[in-house]
Structure formats: C-alpha cells, structure tokens
Design a protein around this ligand. Structure first.
Ligand code: ADE
Length: 224
C-alpha cells in the first residue's frame, strides 16, 4: 500500500512514521508513506497556499491551484483508490472504515488547515471525507496520522501476531475484555483464577462474557 499525504506542515507528520509499528511496516516494505509539502506547489513568490474568503469572514482558505497541481502530479504517476480530505465535517472514522481502507492500494490524504479548503477542491478532487471525532483540531495532520495508523496496522504482516488485530476492540463491535500479565498477585490484587486454570474453553467463555459486560456498561450503542 502507498499513502501520499499532502500537508503544509510535513514536520508535524514525520515522527509517527519514524517509530514503532509504523516504522517497521515501512522498513519491511509493506507500506510506503510519502509526505508532500503543499508550499512546493505554490505558484506565487511568497509560497502562499491560502487566501481571504470571498464574501468576507474570518479565517483564510486553502487555494485550489497548489492542491490541484500536487494531486494532478500524483495522479499522473499512478492510479489512486481514494483522495481523502481530513475534516471535522467528514464521516466519523470507525474500525469498519479502517478495515476497508487497509485493502486499498494507493490513497492520497489531504490535510486541511486554516478555515479549510476552497469548496471546489472537495467537489472535484476529493472522493472521501473523514473526521476522527466531534472536535476541531488545528489542522488535519494529526487526524491523518491517526487514520494512517489505524489502516497500516491492519495490513497483513504488519503486526507480528496477525490474530491480534482480529481480537482488537471494535472488530466484532465489542470492547476488549480485561487483560493481565505476571505477577499473578500484586499487593494482594489477584488475577482472576480462570485465567490461570489452563482450561481454554472456560477462558474463552470468560473473555466473551467480560467483553459483553464491558460493552454493555461503556458503549451500549455498539450492541444496538
Ligand atoms: N481537522 C480538524 N479537525 C479534524 C477532525 N476532528 N477530524 C479530521 N480532520 C480534522
């Protein structure tokens, strides 16, 4: 899979891809992540990528031309499955969307800034708009990092134990059950006996019950 991220702040997006699981996925060649500085596509001498709103109003708007130049250059090089725009008024990200997107080959992610992008960008270039939740970030970069992480960890071979993504919270619309590691007792606080019993049928049943109970308590909406 290849992810091209278009941003005015590439420095904000470097470190998530230089550590841990995402770095390993890139080093293994399972995913390529390319950052593109939108300013490199500005056509004016000040390297501006934003301008005042028509009709007045506070806040600058990202101009269409640099975005067009960048997206068109990329599209001339390969075909893209989706051109995604990160925006708080997009479709809210969930695990199902991450699962679907992890099957794609090439995607572009455009990070919004200022008030957002000229509507014509959304009308003519964007195929999918994603929000990571009902709050407003100062730009789409951190949201793009969140989406990329959620997708990349699902690509086969990225997680060392492939089944571990299948047992994540949300994969079956349930939250995960509690987990424990050694010591079996700490300051008198004990790990549930069933987990030490070696009876895997009982353990599976216990985990299922706990997952259901936890979901009922915290996220009853997932069970509807
Ligand atoms: N840009 C600003 N806020 C955002 C959000 N919540 N989700 C995606 N992109 C954003």
């Amino acid at each position: 899979m290849r992810i091209d991220i278009i941003t005015v702040l590439p420095e904000l997006l470097r470190s998530p891809f230089e550590a841990s699981i995402l770095k390993r996925a890139i080093d293994k060649g399972l995913v390529e992540v390319h950052l593109h500085n939108l300013r490199d596509y500005s056509t004016n001498k000040h390297k501006n990528v934003d301008d005042y709103q028509f009709g007045g109003g506070a806040g600058m708007v990202m101009m269409i031309e640099p975005i067009d130049l960048c997206i068109s250059k990329l599209k001339a090089e390969r075909e893209y499955d989706e051109v995604i725009y990160m925006t708080p008024d997009g479709e809210t990200l969930n695990q199902g969307m991450a699962n679907q997107m992890s099957l794609l080959k090439n995607i572009i992610i455009l990070c919004g800034h200022y008030k957002g992008v000229d509507q014509r960008v959304r009308d003519h270039f964007i195929t999918k708009e994603i929000s990571i939740g009902d709050f407003v970030l100062s730009g789409g970069e951190l949201a793009a990092a969140v989406v990329s992480d959620a997708i990349i960890r699902l690509i086969p071979g990225v997680l060392s134990n492939e089944t571990s993504a299948l047992t994540d919270s949300f994969q079956d619309n349930l939250l995960s059950p509690p987990i424990y590691t050694r010591p079996a007792e700490y300051k008198g606080w004990k790990v549930p006996d069933v987990l030490l019993s070696g009876n895997f049928a009982h353990i599976d049943q216990w985990r299922e019950d706990k997952a259901l109970e936890h979901t009922k308590n915290r996220r009853p909406d997932l069970l509807e």
